[in-house]
Design a protein around this ligand. Structure first.
Ligand code: PMP
Ligand code: GLN
Length: 380
């Protein structure tokens, strides 16, 4: 991989170069609400385009609170919401707010690629706890063993990118119990909260431990507009204030026309959100059926728009990076190697596939992945 680029940039670049079907970088090619685009366009041409309030437009902060009351039963005051430039800024501001140099933050491996670099940039140290396949949970004992006198926070993500897992009740109870026992902050990255595939509900630790949870959300995922980079943090007043202190010197604000449009998007009826969720499930099932028929062994997805393929169980005797670098050239399909999310970077036997794609892209992607499997099985 070229130094200085993320795995997503790298694989999308190769996909463009080789004319490959891109099931790598996570972005949808369907599903954004036209009304919200129109609200954004109107807000740019007729609305206010100067600095908005540092913590976000009041209408968006109110819309975020109302959305979570409706969808997750959370009782929030809009004052607890701070609008950020995407979940990425929310993560950066939260990490800097809770950790000083030499402090430790617990991360779970595999982890979204931004976590460890952001912890390092804050001068703190990531302490890793491995999630165990196939359901990608961590035990109470494993988390407890990683806590020291320097630990300040546990940063976790549910539903989980890249595995598609959800933190189950035992893991959630362990995180909350240990955080209370050791006075730690829980930074909860819930950007995939609405992309739930299957019956297991999304549970926010903010509902269970409101006194110590920073909940992070992203309109990019909720409204299928990943380039908009409108996100937020939600926390009790004192904690929200600490995050706001960092946010005011990171980005200060987020474009107000986009905030106006996102407020309109969050007010879409439940029927719209339920239909979006159902559409992702259909896309998941379509890709999974075509790949399974082609001999692939997939892991279950409970949330996010990603599914993991098990190379070894599928008869592919290649490391994840070697497979991805080969398949993007011939037959031309991009995936993301799981190793990019692990601290040691050692090749694994798993690749991540994005299924938030139109039927034609999924079908052609599956044809090519099935060819890629055949090619490597025949070679092996
Ligand atoms: N956290 C996770 C787990 C993600 O998957 C992503 C993006 N895919 C982000 C954070 C970043 O979100 P945003 O684009 O809103 O910064
Ligand atoms: N979050 C997206 C993914 O996991 C990509 C984000 C990015 O390109 N940095 O694929």
């Amino acid at each position: 991989m070229q130094a200085g680029t993320t795995i997503f940039e790298h694989m999308s670049g190769l996909a463009r170069q080789h004319g490959a079907i891109n099931l790598g970088q996570g972005f949808p090619d369907f599903g954004w609400p036209d009304d919200v685009l129109a609200a954004g366009a109107k807000a740019i041409t007729t609305g206010y385009n100067q600095y908005p309030p540092m913590r976000g437009l009041p209408e968006l902060r109110a819309a975020v609170a109302a959305f979570y009351a409706r969808r997750q039963g959370l009782a929030l005051d809009p004052a607890q919401v701070i609008v950020t430039s995407g979940a990425t800024e929310a993560l950066a501001a939260s990490i800097m707010a809770v950790a000083a140099p030499w402090d430790e933050i617990i991360l779970f491996a595999p982890a979204y690629d931004a976590y460890a670099p952001l912890v390092h940039r804050a001068g703190a140290t990531p302490v890793w706890v491995a999630l165990q396949p196939p359901d990608w949970q961590a035990s109470r004992d494993a988390i407890a063993a990683s806590i020291t006198s320097k630990t300040r926070a546990i940063l976790f993500n549910t539903p989980h990118n890249p595995t598609g897992a959800m933190a189950g009740p035992e893991m959630l109870a362990a995180i909350i119990g240990l955080a209370r026992a050791h006075d730690l902050i829980i930074i909860s990255d819930e950007v995939w909260e609405e992309v739930v595939i299957g019956a297991a509900p999304h549970v926010s630790p903010l509902a269970l431990a409101p006194e110590r949870t920073i909940k992070i959300g992203s309109a990019g995922k909720l409204l299928a507009l990943t380039g908009w980079k409108v996100g937020w943090v939600i926390a009790e007043a004192g904690l929200a204030e600490r995050v706001a202190q960092v946010h005011q010197f990171l980005t200060f604000t987020t474009p107000p026309p986009l905030q106006t449009a996102v407020a309109a998007g969050l007010a879409l009826p439940d029927a719209w959100y339920d239909a979006a969720r159902a559409r992702y499930a259909v896309a998941h099932d379509r890709l999974a059926a075509a790949l399974t028929a082609g001999g692939w062994v997939l892991l279950p997805t409970h949330g996010s728009y990603f599914v993991m393929a098990d190379l070894a169980a599928s008869g592919v005797d290649l490391g994840d990076r070697d497979f991805c670098e080969a398949a993007v050239v011939d037959p031309g399909v991009a995936a993301i190697p799981l190793s990019a999310f692990n601290p040691d970077g050692a090749q694994t036997a798993y690749v991540r596939l994005c299924f938030a794609k139109s039927d034609a892209v999924l079908d052609e992607g599956a044809v090519r992945l099935n060819q890629a499997r055949q090619l490597t099985v025949l070679r092996g």
